[in-house]
Design a binder for this molecule. Structure first.
Ligand code: ATP
Ligand code: FE2
Length: 324
């Protein structure tokens, strides 16, 4: 079965072609000139990139449109103008190919590609990026959110702190480098409420201490230690409650060596296995949409109405392929 997946939820327009193996992975990433992502501009980028990315993907896979068996697209969550581009494009491809189409939930796709590549079976997923911080695990037909940030994502907190102090983007690698030179722990608010987390207080406190002259390396060291300890605590509790035996790290912040280390130590102590999504596929891409679309279709899912939902939560998506 040959599946084409379309990703367009935020900054990336991607098309992946999958048949059990990754045959093509074409992407174009919108980069704002300054500041954050402008939804209308990102959509314009996708609009301009889509035909070229399709041609590139088909060429890479060495197939034509008529060879495809199934089309999949990311239907949410995401930025409405960007989702619209993906939806319109899949409708056009459906008219041209007359093939079935499945709507895919974007975070579910992040989880499925990570599982496929690491061979994790039924993990507690720690999904941490610039836009998301969630601890997720499968139970009775859904990916349940065990815990999540109540305000900003951890990557966003890191990026903002680095941008406002030493400058530059992304903040993660810069923070990691500075932290390696830090020696003294500076107290920052450690905020875990039940299974939920908060990172905005850490950001405010760290900024305040920076302005009052605290050493930047010590601050980065403390920032990391605090955030990653919080993430590890919630992940550990999710493991204990769910009685799962695997942890899967994905999203951009999963590249942090210190976070990987903390999660590995915790897993070892609990006799669980830690898995890490390869970097090339932890960011947004079309392959992950094709993979999740394939799993959904193969397990009997049929999308009736083609639409998008910019607020579609991971725990609202029906998961039919995990039992048995
Ligand atoms: P999504 O749309 O899924 O939220 P995203 O747009 O945030 O994804 P990603 O590439 O998944 O994109 O994640 C980027 C984030 O990862 C940034 O916040 C960046 O600072 C962070 N990051 C990258 N490398 C590291 C690192 N070594 N340590 C910590 N954070 C890192
Ligand atoms: Fe994403």
């Amino acid at each position: 079965m040959l599946i084409l997946g379309i990703e367009s939820t935020a900054h990336t327009f991607g098309i992946g072609i999958f048949d059990g193996k990754i045959l093509a992975d074409a992407r174009s990433v919108y980069k704002p000139l300054k500041g954050g992502i402008h939804p209308a501009e990102a959509a314009k980028h996708h609009e301009n990139a889509k035909e070229e990315i399709l041609a590139k993907a088909l060429n890479e896979a060495g197939i034509g449109l008529s060879d495809l068996d199934l089309l999949a697209y990311a239907a949410g969550p995401g930025l409405p103008p960007c989702l619209r581009v993906g939806l319109d494009f899949v409708k056009k491809l459906r008219r041209e190919t007359k093939k079935p189409v499945v709507a895919v939930n974007h975070p579910v796709a992040h989880i499925e590609i990570a599982k496929m590549l690491t061979k994790a079976k039924d993990p507690v997923v720690l999904y941490t990026s610039g836009g998301n911080t969630q601890v997720i695990g499968y139970a009775s037909g859904r990916y349940r959110v065990f815990g999540e940030t109540q305000d900003i994502a951890v990557g966003n907190a890191i990026d903002t702190f680095i941008r406002e102090t030493v400058g530059g983007y992304p903040g993660g690698p810069a923070m990691e480098h500075l932290a390696s030179k830090g020696r003294n722990y500076i107290e920052l608010p450690y905020v875990v409420k039940g299974m939920d987390l908060s990172f905005s207080g850490i950001l405010t406190a760290a900024m305040e201490k920076y302005k009052r002259g605290a050493d930047i390396s010590d601050l980065c060291f403390s920032f990391q230690e605090t955030c990653y300890a919080m993430l590890t605590e919630v992940t550990e509790r999710a493991l204990a409650h769910s009685e799962k035996k695997e942890v899967l790290l994905t999203g951009g912040v999963a590249a942090s060596e210190r976070l990987q280390e903390m999660i590995s130590i915790m897993c070892k102590e609990r006799n669980a296995s830690a898995f890490l999504c390869p970097k090339e596929y932890s960011g947004d891409n079309g392959i992950m949409i094709a993979v999740a679309g394939f799993l959904a279709y193969r397990s009997g899912h049929r999308t009736k109405k083609l639409d998008f939902d910019s607020k579609w939560r991971v725990d609202e998506a029906e998961i039919m392929w995990m039992e048995g």
